[in-house]
Design a protein around this ligand. Structure first.
Ligand code: NDP
Length: 246
């Protein structure tokens, strides 16, 4: 089996199996980083270094694989690759650098797992890209991706601005979709990858969307519970992830 066949055929299946495994697990064992960081998960490294390292395959490997495609400059393939790279340039080079919380750490275990996932996911998604008809479905997918990214960027910016440089504590976020939910950054992330899956129409993109939900839905519920336990004045009408629903 050559590498391309592995990434296109096998990697999305591995991602789907991983999603089925982590979804129930994360309800009982929240991924040990950020506010859920705790001892017992082995050695750790600075959070900023961790984010840059673990997200870089999604930027660099994806770009390298996309570049090998004969159809790389076909308009829909180029657009989808551009959206992906925009998201991951932001996450790897901007989010990681701007994040506040000096001294925050991430266990190596979570970084290595994320790295392995990102290699499979970036490879599968890049090498699966193929020309698409520019129809209502494609445009709806692109529109959802852009809307999700704007929601995600705004929500992460609100969180960043809750801390002055050097601070590490947590406050109640307000504004935008925080009026309705505790984790609009996760909601935006899910909308982005749903849109990408619709526009790309590949198994790899669908698997990534499913994994994102499996990973972030339990974490959004953990975050919501954490806020409610710590802040007696936490807005009662706010839900965890989906306005008015969940
Ligand atoms: P969080 O919302 O847990 O944290 C984001 C940043 O904001 C962290 O630096 C965090 O600090 C800080 N922060 C969060 N809440 C507060 C608060 N109440 N007061 C002050 N600072 C706060 O997000 P994640 O770290 O889990 O994820 C970061 C980004 O990566 C998100 O956009 C997410 O969508 C994306 N992501 C995507 C995944 C996918 O599967 N596609 C998987 C994981 C993340 P601290 O760490 O100290 O809490």
């Amino acid at each position: 089996m050559d590498a391309s066949h592995f990434f296109v055929e096998r990697a999305p299946v591995i991602v789907l199996v991983a999603a089925a495994f982590v979804f129930p697990l994360l309800f009982f064992i929240p991924a040990p980083y950020g506010r859920h960081y705790r001892p017992g998960f082995g050695p750790s490294l600075p959070a900023r270094v961790a984010w840059v390292s673990m997200e870089s395959p999604s930027l660099l490997l994806f770009a390298a694989f996309w570049w090998t495609l004969p159809q790389r400059f076909e308009s829909t393939v180029g657009l989808l690759a551009g959206l992906w790279l925009l998201h991951y340039a932001q996450r790897t080079l901007i989010f990681s650098v701007l994040m506040r919380g000096e001294g925050r750490r991430k266990p190596w275990l979570t970084v290595v797992m994320a790295l392995a996932f990102n290699v499979l996911n970036a490879g599968g998604n890049a090498l699966s890209l193929a020309p698409r008809a520019v129809d209502a479905v494609f445009l709806a997918g692109v529109g959802l991706f852009v809307a999700g990214m704007l929601i995600n960027l705004h929500a992460d910016a609100v969180l960043r601005n809750l801390r002055a440089p050097g601070e590490t504590g947590h406050r109640i976020p307000h504004g935008g979709l925080y009026r309705f939910v505790s984790s609009p950054n996760y909601l935006g992330e899910m909308i982005e990858w749903l849109g990408f899956a619709i526009a790309a129409g590949t198994l790899a993109a669908l698997a990534f969307f499913v994994f994102t939900v499996a990973n972030l839905l339990p974490r959004a519920i953990s975050h919501h519970r954490w806020y409610r336990e710590r802040f007696s004045d936490y807005p009662v009408e706010r839900r965890a992830l989906i306005p008015f629903v969940l």
